[in-house]
Ligand binder design. Structure first.
Ligand SMILES: O=C(O)CCC(=O)C(=O)O
Ligand SMILES: [Fe+2]
Length: 291
C-alpha cells in the first residue's frame, strides 16, 4: 500500500494525519510517500552529483553517523569535506524526520548507515543475490539484525528530472508462507563460527538465517520474479519515501542519484510487534527464532 503525506519539512511539519495513523500505515506494510520533501544540495554540493565521486568498484558512498566516518569517496580533501557535510546533513535530517513522524519510536531507533548512490541502477552487472532489480526483502549476510526492524528513508536527488523506478510486491506474511516456512536453518555451531571468523559482524540468529534464505530464494526464483503481483512506483526527484524494507518486498529498476538512511528498531518497540517479520515467522513456524 502506498500512502501519500503532505509533510514538506524535515521537522515533520505539514502533516495532515496523526502519528498513530502514520505508524499503523508503516507497520502494516505501507510505503509512506512524501512527494513534497526534497533534500537540498547547495551550489557547491552540486559538484557531487556524478559517479566520478565513487571509489573504483564501489556503487555507494556510505557514512556512519555514530562514528562520523565516511567511506567510498574518490577525490581530494575539499571534495571529501563537501561530501561529508552533505551526507551528514541527510543523516541528521532523516533522523529528525522519523523522530517527528513516529513519536512512538523515540529513543528506540538506532542510526544505521547513510548512503549516497550516484550510479545508475539500470544495466548494472551484479550477482543475482546482490541484484536489487529483483524483488526482495532486505537481509544482509554480514550484518545480522537479531530481530530488529530495518526502517529506511530514501530521497531521489536526481538533478535531471529522472525518476527512480521501483516495484513493490506481496505482503510479508504471503512471502513468508511461500518461502520462510520451509527452510532448515544452519546449525548454531556453524553460525557461531561465522561470528568468530568475523564473516558476520555479530551472531546470525535463526531469524537472520531464515530472512537471508528468503531474500536469496526470492531473487533466485525467475518464475516468482515474473509472475508475482507487483506495483510500479516512479519516485520523482524531490520525493522522499519511508518503508520497513525487511518486510516490504521491493525492487529498484532504474534511477540515478539517491540518498538513503537506515534505522534499526527493536521489534518490541513497534506499536504492534505482531506485525514484525520476527513475530510473523515465529508464529508460522511455531517456535522462537532468536536462538
Ligand atoms: O537503490 C534503491 O533504490 C533501493 C535498492 C534496495 O533494494 C535497497 O536499498 O534496499
Ligand atoms: Fe533492498
Amino acid at each position: 500500500m502506498l500512502y501519500t503525506h503532505a509533510i514538506n519539512r524535515w521537522d515533520g511539519s505539514g502533516a495532515t494525519v496523526d502519528a498513530a495513523t502514520r505508524t499503523a500505515q508503516l507497520e502494516g506494510g505501507g510505503l509512506l510517500r512524501l512527494p513534497q520533501l526534497p533534500f537540498a544540495f547547495n551550489d557547491a554540493e552540486r559538484a557531487l552529483l556524478t559517479p566520478a565521486v565513487l571509489e573504483p568498484g564501489k556503487k555507494n558512498i556510505s557514512y556512519d553517523l555514530a562514528r562520523d566516518r565516511l567511506a567510498g569517496v574518490a577525490g581530494d580533501a575539499a571534495l571529501q569535506s563537501l561530501m561529508h557535510g552533505m551526507i551528514r546533513r541527510y543523516a541528521q535530517q532523516s533522523g529528525a524526520l522519523v523522530e517527528a513522524m513516529f513519536p512512538h519510536y523515540r529513543g528506540q531507533l538506532r542510526d544505521g548507515r547513510t548512503s549516497f548512490r550516484p550510479a545508475e541502477i539500470e544495466g548494472r552487472v551484479t550477482s543475482p543475490k546482490k541484484d536489487d532489480t529483483r524483488l526482495h526483502i532486505d537481509a544482509f549476510p554480514a550484518t545480522p539484525v537479531q530481530g530488529q526492524r530495518l526502517l529506511r528513508v530514501f530521497t531521489n536527488v536526481n538533478p535531471n528530472g529522472r525518476p527512480r523506478h521501483w516495484r513493490t510486491g506481496e505482503p510479508f506474511e504471503t512471502v513468508a508462507k511461500r518461502y520462510g516456512r520451509q527452510f532448515d536453518p544452519a546449525p548454531a555451531l556453524q553460525r557461531k563460527l561465522m561470528q568468530m571468523l568475523k564473516i558476520t559482524k555479530s551472531y546470525r540468529t535463526v531469524y537472520d538465517d531464515l530472512m537471508l534464505r528468503t531474500h536469496d530464494a526470492m531473487k533466485l526464483d525467475p518464475v516468482y520474479q515474473k509472475s508475482v503481483a507487483a506495483e510500479h512506483i516512479h519516485f520523482a526527484p524531490g520525493e522522499t519515501w519511508i518503508v520497513f524494507t525487511d518486510s516490504v518486498s521491493h525492487a529498484a529498476h532504474s534511477g540515478q542519484f539517491l540518498m538513503e538512511q537506515t534505522f534499526y528498531l527493536p521489534a518490541d518497540a513497534m506499536l504492534d510487534p505482531a506485525q514484525s517479520p520476527l513475530r510473523i515467522l515465529e508464529r508460522l513456524r511455531g517456535q522462537p527464532l532468536l536462538n
